[in-house]
Design a protein. Sequence first.
Length: 377
Amino acid sequence: MGSTPRTRRKTPAPNAPASNTGSNTGSNNTKAIKVKQEEEEEEEGKRTKTSPVAALDAGYESDAPIVIDSDTSLELQREKESYPGASTWAEDEEHLFEILFQRGERPILPGHWDVDFRGIPVVDTVFQTDNDGLPPVVYARSGKDFQDLTSSVRTTVQSGLRDKAPLVIKRSLDRYLAWAAEDGGFSGLRIVPNIFTAVLDPQLSEQDITAAMQRRMRALATMQREFLKVDRDETFWAVNHVALTRDNASAALLDKYLLDMGADKDQQDQKPMMLDRQEEEAGPAADQDGPAYRRVPPVVYGLFVLRSSVFLLTVDSAKGDTAYVSFHVDVHFMDRHQSVWNALTVAIPVCLARDQLVERLDEFEEWPVEHEGESDG
């Protein structure tokens, strides 16, 4: 199963050859090595801190198959209890985790899509049947674009254009977000985004990369809270030196709140986004005297491109400035064996974010009709 969120664990490649144990000594040595590896894995699982970048660079094998207990719900609960940040998750974050964890065993796609996936190696359980009590998550469009993306990234890298791979990935992600807006009926509305994409600079240190992800997630959450305030600031849509259009509004608003956060960066964002058990259990402090909102601020999603991988992060904007930023999974677009799972993994948060905005269409106004040259003003 591809990109299932879980604590880091080493697993052999599906086609790895068996070890040659031609003697008892070799067999005993193999057993000893196996026991040692299991002890190391158990110790790794007890660690209270990790980070997305460390997980990736250390060989976080999120694309490797996972064996699930016969009692899937029990296994799911065990994973959730051991997963950093889980105790602070909002309902939508738990829902995302459960879909990613169980997506080899639950319907993800509409049943009639099995025709589109004919000849593609994917388990039958991802297609909805009449007996399923769960609706599909990814619908109205197949994952063909993301299957093609995995091939495109590999071709780009193998052609000696490795530096261009992040932009190839981001452009494809942005096209999918644009499709989601069309499919959800809000492409012509002045929405406040609940999902975004960003390319990370691989030359930065691990601490700087994780801090950058944290700042962007918090800025997106702040934007949602400011928009949903009962007494919203009249300057919410005002961005210095930029005339907002439907093409640039999301990025310009996010940059605005990133700049607003700059003054507090030293106090809030210098530490990396470490998944600290002590911080997790403490959780954000409830502010009884905080602002009133027209509705509960939602969970927001971030898709961060680093080299040829994509990190999926979430944060619950309702929990304020100290909300826990959760890292869910990384998707490796260089793995040609994972093209289908790559497609589904990225499509899941995009469709969840789309469905969330569909429920809020009455909050957004239509963009005024743009005349030629107006967006340049």
